[in-house]
Design a binder for this molecule. Structure first.
Ligand code: DLL
Length: 435
């Protein structure tokens, strides 16, 4: 049985949604044109006036906004409300370049938390649940976003933040947490630690997890679901558009419903900027039509994705986005071949290895090298060199079949790859250091 946080919106016929989006878009464009000089200049350069935008069908006329614009305009250049109306700042976790700061009015917080509440309810959450939030708190949006959503739903909220994994499990047992919110890599680590503590999923009461903030594969989902005996739901969002809750998964688990009443999605060809039809892979672009302080028009996320309006068995009519397969800037080009870390992860888990791995790319004598260190489970380890070499060869062959290029695989001992309590770092591209 599907539960909704806002049934009228979540199940609204598309024609009505389009009307609502169009009204909101027209007002939003006017709001930013009048209040943000940076946008006014971008629109003037493209020769677009607010009157040119009469409905969602005119969206393509607007200029794109990129992360470079956000950096140019840092910190206040895109603010569309007086600073005195803002009540919160959140920021990206990015470690390179200038930070991106997003501003929120009280209304912005309200709509963000409602988006997260939709996600929690879609994962089966009610006021009777105990929701353990193990995303980081602070400038990162994960903790504050899900915390706010959990309050709205009326769950008993455990604001654990990430880290201190044994204590997480201790609280989970003592307080009977039923929903866990964290990154999928941290969920995998929590599952691993639970078993190492000599416990099983029968010792905890979790029923669902709401995992996002980084790409994760279907294989990883199955592995987390098995180790914690839960149903694992995906959630997506980015700081620039408020944080988690731009889209969320329902019981069908075949992609995430986008909160279209707040965010209009488009898929574009990343090279040409041309809008692509539904079903084609391209870069995801969002226009926020209700945010007041930091609205973004046609913001290029760099996430590669596919949209689908196929009818969903949960009853929601909100358009769905497939699990993002990675960011256009996460894509590695190795010996001319496009490689996504998620493709490698799929092979590893299919071949019975853990999702703990590290990809290292380098350039030696003008040739790209690909080294993949993969952690073994204790049962996979052998002290016979020949056995280990054969395992490495078999895994390298499976990866070559998937990618078309030959990697060097190194099977490493259990627990030797650093675990992540937040977003996992799985790739080191040493070529960048030489450039
Ligand atoms: O990661 C917001 C968030 C917090 C989402 C908690 C979900 C849960 P940023 O740090 O700004 O914000 O990073 C945003 O993370 O552009 C994607 O590349 C990636 N990402 C977020 N969710 C998913 C997901 C938060 N479910 C960037 N699957 C985005 C794949 C995701 N990638």
């Amino acid at each position: 049985m599907a539960n909704y946080w806002n049934q009228e919106i979540e199940c609204m016929p598309y024609e009505d949604m389009k009307k609502l989006q169009s009204e909101r878009l027209v007002a939003q464009v006017k709001h930013v044109y009048e209040n943000v000089e940076y946008y006014r200049n971008l629109m003037d350069e493209k020769g677009v006036k607010p009157e040119d935008i009469q409905s969602v069908d005119d969206l393509h006329k607007l200029p794109f906004l990129t992360k470079a614009d956000l950096r140019d305009a840092y910190p206040y250049g895109l603010l569309a409300k007086p600073l005195s109306d803002c009540v919160r700042i959140q920021s990206t976790s990015g470690t390179t370049g200038k930070r991106v700061v997003a501003f929120y009015t009280q209304n912005d917080i309200e709509l963000w938390e409602n988006c997260c509440a939709r996600a929690i309810v879609a994962a089966g959450g009610t006021k009777d649940d105990v929701c353990q939030v193990a995303y980081g708190y602070g400038l990162f949006t994960g903790g504050p976003g899900l915390n706010g959503g959990s309050h709205k739903v009326g769950c008993l909220t455990l604001p654990m933040s990430s880290g201190n994994t044994e204590r997480q499990i201790g609280f989970m047992r003592d307080l009977g947490s039923t929903i866990l919110c964290c990154t999928p890599s941290y969920a995998a680590y929590i599952g691993e630690t639970l078993h190492e503590m000599g416990l099983t999923p029968d010792d905890i009461s979790l029923k669902a997890g709401i995992f996002g903030a980084e790409p994760w594969t279907e294989e990883m989902r199955k592995s987390i679901e098995a180790s914690l005996d839960i149903k694992a739901y995906d959630i997506y969002g980015l700081t620039e558009t408020s944080g988690p809750g731009v889209s969320f998964e329902c019981c069908e688990q075949t992609g995430m419903h986008i909160n279209e009443d707040h965010f209009i999605p488009e898929i574009i060809d990343p090279e040409t900027g041309e809008v692509l039809p539904e079903g084609e892979v391209g870069e995801l672009v969002f226009t926020s039509i209700t945010k007041e302080a930091f609205p973004l028009l046609r913001y290029r996320t760099r996430d590669l994705c596919v949209l689908s309006r196929k009818k969903c068995s949960c009853g929601r009519t909100l358009i769905k986005m497939r699990k993002p397969m990675g960011r256009s800037d996460d894509m590695l080009i190795i010996r001319g071949v496009n490689v996504f870390p998620s493709q490698i992860e799929t092979v590893l888990i299919e071949q019975g290895y853990s999702p703990n791995y590290l990809i290292e790319v380098d350039r030696v004598n003008n040739t790209d090298t690909l080294d993949i260190s993969v952690e073994m489970n204790p049962e996979q380890f052998s002290d016979k060199m020949k056995v280990m070499q054969e395992k490495e060869k078999a895994l390298a062959l499976a990866i070559k079949t998937m990618l078309g290029i030959n990697p060097k695989v190194h099977l490493v001992s259990p627990k030797s790859i650093t675990r992540s309590e937040g977003k996992a770092v799985r790739v080191i591209d040493k070529r960048k250091l030489h450039d």
